[in-house]
Every structure is written in structure tokens, then in C-alpha cells.
Design a protein around this ligand. Sequence first.
Ligand SMILES: Cc1cc2nc3c(=O)[nH]c(=O)nc-3n(C[C@H](O)[C@H](O)[C@H](O)COP(=O)(O)OP(=O)(O)OC[C@H]3O[C@@H](n4cnc5c(N)ncnc54)[C@H](O)[C@@H]3O)c2cc1C
Length: 431
Amino acid sequence: MPEHFDVLILGAGPAGLAAAEILARAGRTVGLVDEQAQPGGQFGRERIRQRPGRSGRKLLEWLQHRNGITYFPGHRVVDCDPHPALVTESTRGSTRLTGGALILAPGARELVLPFPGWTLPGVFCAGGLQALAKSGWPVRGRRIVLAGSGPLLVASAHTLRHEGAEILAIIEQAARGSVARFLAGLPTWPAKALQTLGYLPTWARIPYETGAFVAEALGEERLEAVRIVERGRTRIVPCDLLGTGFGLIPNVEAAARLGCVLTPTPHPSVRVDGLQATSLPGIYAAGEVTGIGGVERAQIEGAIAGYAAVGNLPKARALAPKLAHWARFGEAVNRHFALRDPLRALARPDTVICRCEDVTLGEIDSAGGQGSVKLLTRLGMGPCQGRICLAALAELRPGYGTVTGSQAARPPLFPARLGTLAGEPAPEPHP
Ligand SMILES: Cc1cc2nc3c(=O)[nH]c(=O)nc-3n(C[C@H](O)[C@H](O)[C@H](O)COP(=O)(O)OP(=O)(O)OC[C@H]3O[C@@H](n4cnc5c(N)ncnc54)[C@H](O)[C@@H]3O)c2cc1C
């Protein structure tokens, strides 16, 4: 039997939780679905070896005491329809949840920009490496280089150092002047200035090189060193792990599957109005799925969506100035840490772009353009369904952007059991 709620929320990150709070206070029943075991999203992820921190404990208590909220942790949404309904898969089987309204808050993922050697074991996304370390993967004593762009590199360095790693360097591609202008503007957002101050002990101890990038990951069986280019000079730095961060891109697949209008940009986001309403009636979107802008912006958007879903439009509209203030922070990050062209020219003809289907850049280039590339190479047709390679190609070969599946996502949104799609219960575990 499907379970029905006044409002369904996809994603228990800052945006989804802010919406859930407003809805619960207004007496609505809420189905809050997230594939992670703990609430809090990417930002609220806590170290597994610690006792739950204050924010995590508060969140859990808060969810448990709100009678109107039914929380579905460990439930991945693998399909949806605009009625609205969510089909989820968990270790306990599949569930179909329906709602009077739906708030999409699935956040964002890291952009992967392929370069020679990026598929070697030991090369990670910077945020992914941070998440692994928080979940208990041992990094103590490992020599790590972090490279790419933006504040996430520093946040990752902070966590990894805390877990005992030796951070050899942060290699920031943005120019020194750009980083300096970003820092000079931070007092406009005191919470962010404070967060940055918290990272200072890490920052002060690690070489932070601007205007530089990792051009190649080197090694036979696994990563042994990286080749760093700085103002035309090249040097080799031996290391155990490399974390790369080139920014975030919105998770629009569920919205695309529903048929919501997306922005016509290389990395689309969900188009919303001032009340976070999408192009479809009763469906709202909040947080980084509508554009990359940080935790505070995500929370405000979640609150606006919550108020809009209960019909409290004055409260929703009253948050517009606060949202504009935090939207400017997101714009500042995007402007000062915009990727520079040399990064888009690192991949060679033999560099693998689609690692699910083992497709190189040379094969893509010789497949003769956007119409035929998917048919001839199977690019984007593996388990990740283009989440990594099509987003990368939008950077490396902008003209091929229309091959991206995100404007017309098909089910399942993630690899799923056949039984899930048929609505069957999960198989019994083997004795
Ligand atoms: C890897 C990574 C690391 C980051 N580290 C930092 C940091 O150290 N400091 C900082 O200030 N900011 C960090 N950020 C940015 C910050 O996390 C975001 O600004 C903020 O979390 C956005 O909130 P959100 O609610 O929009 O999305 P999120 O926090 O991403 O929450 C979205 C939630 O939706 C769930 N979800 C998505 N798809 C599905 C699905 N199909 N089924 C079920 N559940 C789903 C996810 O599990 C997630 O819990 C990081 C972002 C990323 C991607």
C-alpha cells in the first residue's frame, strides 16, 4: 500500500530540513526521504567515530519529536511521477510514497574534470575524500594533495588534517588576486567569515598555491605523484592521495524525470519562481538543486518552499531579501573561483572520459558530433547514467552539451533492483 503525506520532501539536507520544520509547525504530515543514514545532507555529515555532534543529535531529536514527520533514512529515490509520487529503494525493499505536494531538495554533487591519470586508484573528488574520512576510512599518515578550486578544498583539508593526514599542498587554480578579493568581501557574510576563521589553523600550516593546477596524476598501478603546473613551471610531487574539487553541479535528474523546466545552462538547475515553485503545479525545489549557493541559501529556500506549500505566502515573500543576500555569496564564489580554460584542455585523446563504458576523449571526438556520440560510443549509458561523464563533457566540449541526459531523465534514476521497479518487496537475505 502506498503511504500518503500532505507533503513529500526528497532530501534531508539543509534545504529539506528547513522545509520540514515549517511544514511540521503548520501541522502538515511530511514524508522526508533521504538515501543517507543520517539527516543533514552534505554539510551535516559527521565523523562516524565521534558521538553524534550537537547539530546531528539536535536534528535527530527534532525529527523524532515531530509527530507529523515520517523520516525515511536509507531510502534512495529511484523513480518519481508528477502526481506526485516517489519510488524508493532501501535494504527493506521498495516503497511508493504519494503526497499532496512535493519539495525537491536533492542538493548537488561534485563536478569531475578529467585529466591524464584521473582514473588511477588514489585519485578522489575532494568532497568525496572528506566524506570518506568522516565515515572512518583511514587517512592517518597519508600524504595528500588537494587541487582544483574553491572553499571546499580548504574545508576538505581541514577535515583530513584533523583525521591525521599530511596535507602536502592546496593547489588553487584561481589567481591570487581573485582569492584575495573573495576574502576581502567575506565580512559581508559574517557567518562565512567566521567559518573561514575556523579554518585558519589549517590554512596557515599548509602551502596554498594560487594560479596553479595539477596537470597529471602519475603512477603505474596506483597514484604515486602529481605533476603541478604553476605559471608555466612544472614540478612533480610524490603523494599517496589526490583530492580534486572543481565545483558543484545540481542533482536535477528527479526534476527532469518529472518534467520540470530546467535552466538552459551547461550544468542545468531547476527553474523556480520567488516561491520556489517549479513549472509543475504542487512541485517546489529548494537548495542547491536550484543553483549552487551554500548552506544558508539552501536553508532559506527550504523555508520559502515550506511556507509556500502551506499557503503562507506573506511569510514566504518576507524571506526574499535574506535570500538575495545569500544568493550574492553564491555568486561571489562562482565569480572568484570560475574555472580557467587551461583546465579544460588537459584531457588527451587517450584520456578516459566515461569510465562506466571505457570511452576516451579521442573516441568521442571521432564519433562525429553530438547526434551520434552516444550511439557510437555508449558514452553516458553505464551505471552513472552520464552524471559524471556528460557533465565533464559539457566543460571539455561545450558544443556536445545537448547529449546530456539531464533534460530528459529516464527511469531508473539510479541502478535499481528489477523487483523495486515492479513494486515487489526486497528478497529475503541469504541465511
Ligand atoms: C561532497 C560535498 C562536500 C561539501 N562540504 C562542505 C563543507 O565542508 N562546508 C560547507 O560549507 N559546505 C560544503 N558543501 C556544500 C553544502 O553541503 C551545501 O551548500 C548544502 O549542503 C546544500 O544543501 P541542500 O539541502 O541543497 O543539499 P544537500 O546537503 O546535498 O542535501 C541533499 C540530500 O538529498 C539526498 N538525496 C539526493 N538524491 C537523492 C535520491 N535520489 N534519493 C534519496 N536521497 C537523495 C542526499 O543524500 C542529501 O542528503 C559540500 C557539498 C558537497 C557536494
